[in-house]
Design a protein around this ligand. Sequence first.
Ligand code: GLN
Length: 171
Amino acid sequence: MKIGILDIQGSVEEHISALQRLGAEIVRVKNAEDLEGLDGLVMPGGESTTMEKLMKRFGLWEAIIGSGLPIYGTCAGAILLAKMGLIDMEVERNAYGGQLESFETELDFEGGRVPAVFIRAPRFVNVEKVEVLSRNGEEAVCVRQGKIMASSFHPEMAEDTNIHRYFLDMC
Ligand code: GLN
């Protein structure tokens, strides 16, 4: 399976390592041409405003919107999915506060427990139209709508690969 990772900024290497441990072939996506022949795409965390600017400069914004690919966005990647209109929910940036409010926890996910790292994480709101895959207390923190999946946390910062495996099953 050939999975692209948006390689502009952010936690790229950690996602690559998780996906490779699951046997995926990795393509670093820097230009629109890199999307060709992919089975899925991961958009990592980072700084969404910077990522948006560079994606537009490299012609990736429209290309990804039109790609029809299964996409998994983590944190800033999730913010971008909502902004691109690829998932029908609202996102509040930095809703948990700054770097010092970053935290690690464990969540229920598909019948198991997964570690989750929240770093200046967004809050997902107006989630009526998406399927909620995981909650932190009351808050939806991992969601899916068709072939699009988003988490407000970083699973790639922990050793567990269950969330990446779930995404590969969607591809
Ligand atoms: N706070 C960042 C943003 O708004 C996201 C942080 C992250 O991806 N870990 O873009």
